[in-house]
Design a binder for this molecule. Structure first.
Ligand code: GRF
Length: 188
């Protein structure tokens, strides 16, 4: 490949298992240049630090969303990020932030979009009697979980499934899907 790897920042709020799979599969297509979090205590942040990755943590509490997002934006630009991958980032980005990074923010969502936008996707899929569930990687727009779907993976819902057992089956697919789709989309 002739082009340099795309510079990707990952935003997390929690354990960061998807972030870890993105880091594990970085290479010719993309490199992770920053792991940032709105939760300074996020487990994934400690892992990233241990790996020697550049990290940034800031809670919006007490400073307000505009100042918080301005600081995140500055950290992204300092790191030379070209793309943002949301990975269990549990905060809505403002329309202004999305506009600044339009077409350059991706997210992984644990449902087969357009079904089950928002939270509690696995419990909702089971309650609906669906035969299958899955995950989607999509572009982030101003509409929650509403941007273009870039890739999906499907798993069966088994008769004894709980939201937790289904979540674990879907998560294994998330870890495969996200790096593959990211590697594709950064070539756009
Ligand atoms: C994943 O299920 C992801 O799809 C959703 O939040 C969860 C984050 O898990 N957006 P992790 O922090 O990547 O382990």
């Amino acid at each position: 490949m002739s082009a340099a790897p795309a510079r990707v920042a990952v935003l997390i709020s929690g354990r960061g298992s998807n972030m870890q799979s993105l880091v594990a599969r970085q290479g010719d297509a993309y490199r992770i240049v920053l792991v940032a979090s709105d939760k300074p205590e996020a487990a994934g942040l400690a892992w990233a630090r241990d790996q020697g990755l550049t990290t940034f943590a800031l809670s919006p509490r007490g400073i307000g969303k505009p100042a918080y997002e301005a600081a995140i934006d500055a950290a992204l630009r300092d790191a030379g990020a070209e793309w943002i991958a949301l990975a269990g980032y549990m905060r809505l980005l403002s329309d202004e932030f999305v506009a600044q990074w339009r077409g350059r923010i991706v997210n992984i969502h644990p449902s087969l979009l357009p079904r089950y936008k928002g939270l509690d996707t696995h419990a909702r899929a089971i309650a609906a009697g669906d035969a299958s569930a899955g995950c989607s990687v999509h572009l982030v727009t101003e509409e929650l979980d509403g941007g273009e779907v870039l890739g999906q993976a499907e798993v069966p819902i088994l008769p004894d499934d709980t939201a937790d057992t289904l979540a674990a089956r879907v998560l294994a697919e998330e870890h495969r899907l996200y790096p593959a789709v990211l590697a594709e989309v950064v070539r756009r």
